[in-house]
Ligand binder design. Structure first.
Ligand code: B1M
Length: 213
């Protein structure tokens, strides 16, 4: 098995220490950082994402794989910066105002990072103005809103209105998700995309960023 496949396999099993060692070895062997990222880490995270979509793995497995991904990508960051590899795009994400649930939001963030997107994490209890200001200040192509309470879902509609008010609605996509959110609700509030799970959210975000690149 090649060292890149070994990185992918061990990432899928969440073996962060081994992933780190293999990455160091791959760097020493002169394998380009981008290949290690794409054919090792991202390839492994893709498999985890697909299995997660099909309910073949669950939240704990995704979290340990994401931890391995984060530890591995820390080693690659300086090398990628040197070689001028650019992120696919930038998004900001947060759980809406009044809502403190962040496990799903964190999974979406991890999956997006696993796909090579830069993610600005606004945390929980995020005001509509904060999403919009961040999108403007940090040049985000996508605003991602998560909500777990039926009482906080309507804040997503306020985010859409706030983006319209700020005059950025034409250049920023708004993605929504969380257990009570539906496709119908997404259309009702005028958001761009609803996805049911974190892996699909990451796929959709990559598609949006590629379309606007
Ligand atoms: Co709360 N809670 N909770 N809670 N909590 C729920 C959501 C609830 C359904 C429980 C219940 O009654 N059965 C219920 C909501 C009912 C409703 O609104 N209809 C509820 C309630 C009522 C409350 C409080 C009001 C309870 C109280 O204080 N009386 C309170 C509210 C606090 C607040 O937010 N202001 C509260 C508090 C809490 C805790 C703090 C204890 C804790 C949160 C800890 C944390 O997040 N750090 C908590 C938890 C853990 C839950 C449950 C048990 C689990 C939620 C979770 O993390 N699921 C939940 C019941 C349940 O869902 N079984 C419940 C796992 C997570 C991976 O799933 O977030 O859905 P989820 O994310 C998924 C997808 O939805 C999607 O991707 C993820 C996976 O692929 N996704 C997106 C998420 N965001 C996305 C964004 C996208 C795309 C996809 O695009 C941008």
């Amino acid at each position: 098995m090649s060292i890149l496949s070994e990185i992918s396999e061990n990432l899928q099993k969440g073996k962060a220490k081994i992933v780190k060692e293999l990455i160091k070895q791959a760097i020493d062997e002169g394998i380009p950082a981008q290949d290690i990222l794409e054919q090792g880490l991202l390839a492994g995270m893709d498999v985890v994402g697909e299995k997660f979509k099909k309910n073949e793995v669950f939240v704990p497995e995704v979290l340990v794989a994401a931890r391995a991904m984060n530890m591995g990508s820390e080693l690659l960051k300086p090398l990628l910066a040197e070689s001028g590899v650019e992120a696919i795009g930038r998004v900001c994400i947060g759980t809406v105002k009044g809502d403190l649930h962040d496990i799903g939001k964190n999974l979406v963030k991890m999956m997006m990072e696993g796909k090579g997107l830069e993610v600005v994490d606004l945390g929980t209890d995020v005001k509509p103005e904060t999403y919009v200001k961040t999108a403007i200040d940090q040049n985000c192509q996508i605003i991602c809103c998560s909500a777990l309470l039926t009482t906080t879902m309507p804040v997503m509609g306020e985010v859409v209105k706030e983006a319209e008010k700020a005059g950025i609605r034409h250049k920023v996509k708004i993605m929504v998700g969380g257990a009570p959110v539906t496709e119908t609700f997404c259309r009702q509030i005028g958001a761009d995309k609803y996805t049911a799970d974190a892996a699909s959210a990451a796929d959709a975000a990559v598609e949006f960023c590629r379309a606007t690149a």
